[in-house]
Design a protein around this ligand. Structure first.
Ligand code: 4NP
Length: 155
């Protein structure tokens, strides 16, 4: 099946927030019956972790809620992403500002904050930060799945 809409989740490292958002949104879309209709990917504005799996803490907190992040690998956002993806969703204002800078003038991709407010970077904090990421990402993914159901119809 060819995807009718493509969504890219973006954070700084692509090892904590955006891979979590990628896996959770995939799950919520499957529940909504939209898997196969929407392509979901994630990337980072930075290049430090390219090729790495998600941070072990993100993997472990996500696993406890039933999400498997282990097969994901970090990559950096590229200009080509602005052609490929319809919706590019930033985790925080700094990620969004970077994306605005990178965006080619001809891109028609819609850029915005994923959760409507920042999803704070959990990298240098404790376990509560990783739980907060999951709480915010689950709520925002459910809202996005509802939005995409409306946009695409249920067929
Ligand atoms: P993320 O978290 O942007 O949610 O993947 C971070 C991971 C690594 C770094 C920063 C944020 N870092 O500076 O290495």
């Amino acid at each position: 099946m060819t995807a009718r809409l493509r969504v890219l989740m973006v954070c700084l490292g692509n090892i904590c927030r955006s891979p979590t958002a990628e896996a959770v949104l995939r799950h919520k879309l499957a529940v909504a019956g939209l898997d196969g209709h929407v392509e979901v990917d994630s990337a980072g504005t930075g290049s430090w972790h390219v090729g790495h799996p998600p941070d072990l803490r993100s993997q472990q907190h996500a696993q406890r809620r039933g999400y498997d992040l282990s097969t994901l690998r970090a990559r950096q956002v590229s200009e080509a992403d602005f052609d490929r993806f319809d919706l590019i969703l930033a985790m925080d204002e700094a990620n969004l500002a970077e994306l605005v800078q990178l965006r080619p003038a001809a891109s028609r991709a819609e850029l915005r904050l994923f959760a409507g407010r920042p999803v704070p970077d959990p990298y240098t904090g404790g376990p509560a930060g990783f739980e907060q990421v999951l709480d915010q990402v689950e709520a925002a993914s459910e809202a996005l799945a509802r939005e995409l159901t409306r946009r695409l119809g249920t067929s």
